[in-house]
Design a protein around this ligand. Structure first.
Ligand SMILES: [Fe+2]
Ligand SMILES: [Fe+2]
Length: 269
């Protein structure tokens, strides 16, 4: 531990395809060592080809030192992941999908006597699926499973800034950190809320900065201009890991500090 009684957590935004998986593999182990990080969380919904995550990609991220993978609307793209979601405790999908969806929307990570409840939610504003209410859903999870676990980390996978900000305030004092994913562009509003919850509207992504949210920019621009359906390719230029590092008091569960992380990656061919 970096300080007694403090858990340092690295949380990475949406991992965009192979270049980002390689960047995670190359950069995370040294970050963990140099920064005294004990828990690593990443959003894996774009890890395979930029849309969805397959078993191979999930395993690559776990092997790179990621402890918990969250996800979002794209988690259902690769069918092989459905059974893997049922098997693998620490790959989670948004909790507020209707009952019967494969997998779970939360998990507990434990090291020694420190336990962390990680919850994944999906917003309902400007999102493709009509999921259940994320606000009531998180209240129920905290009521059922959070009573003896003060450390709570919430990935709010959502498009609308307002819905993410609202979730931050809804959970202030009840979660250690609430962060947004899905838009792939890092916001500069990281802060401590008065109840002790760290908050940021979007972590950004792990992926190519010379892109349109991780995809080759030329084909996305042509898509906007032509309005015709197009296949998008994952972009490779100027890859960076983006996310936050948050320090959490292990007895109270309150965050002490949150800072943005932006770590460039040089491919070692
Ligand atoms: Fe994403
Ligand atoms: Fe998404």
């Amino acid at each position: 531990m970096i300080m007694p009684g403090v858990l340092r957590v690295l949380i990475l935004g949406d991992v965009m395809g192979r270049p980002a998986r390689r960047a995670v593999r190359d950069l995370v182990p040294s970050l963990v060592k140099n920064e005294g990080i004990e828990l690593v969380i990443a959003n894996a919904e774009n890890a395979s080809g930029g849309v969805g995550v397959d078993i191979k990609s999930a395993k690559e991220l776990f092997d790179a030192g990621v402890h918990v993978l969250t996800s979002g609307n794209h988690i259902w793209k690769k069918k092989e992941i459905y059974s893997y979601l049922n098997e693998k405790e620490n790959l989670i999908r948004p909790a507020n999908f209707p009952t019967g969806a494969p997998g779970k929307g939360w998990c507990v990570w434990q090291q020694d006597d420190v336990r962390v409840l990680v919850i994944n939610l999906q917003g309902r504003v400007f999102m493709p699926q009509h999921v259940d209410d994320p606000f009531r859903c998180v209240d129920e999870i905290l009521h059922k499973y959070g009573r003896n676990i003060p450390l709570v980390i919430v990935d709010m996978h959502a498009e609308a800034t307002s819905e993410k900000v609202a979730m931050g305030w809804h959970l202030d004092g009840r979660a250690s950190i609430v962060y947004g994913t899905h838009t792939h562009v890092q916001t500069a509003d990281e802060r401590m809320l008065p109840g002790g919850t760290a908050y940021i509207t979007d972590l950004g992504m792990c992926g190519a900065m010379d892109s349109v949210i991780g995809m080759e920019k030329e084909s996305v621009i042509r898509g906007f201009i032509s309005q015709l359906p197009r296949q998008f390719e994952v972009a490779h230029k100027n890859v960076m890991l983006q996310g936050v590092i948050v320090d959490i008091d292990t007895s109270s569960g309150k965050a002490r500090d949150v800072r943005r992380a932006r770590i460039p990656w040089q491919a070692s061919h």
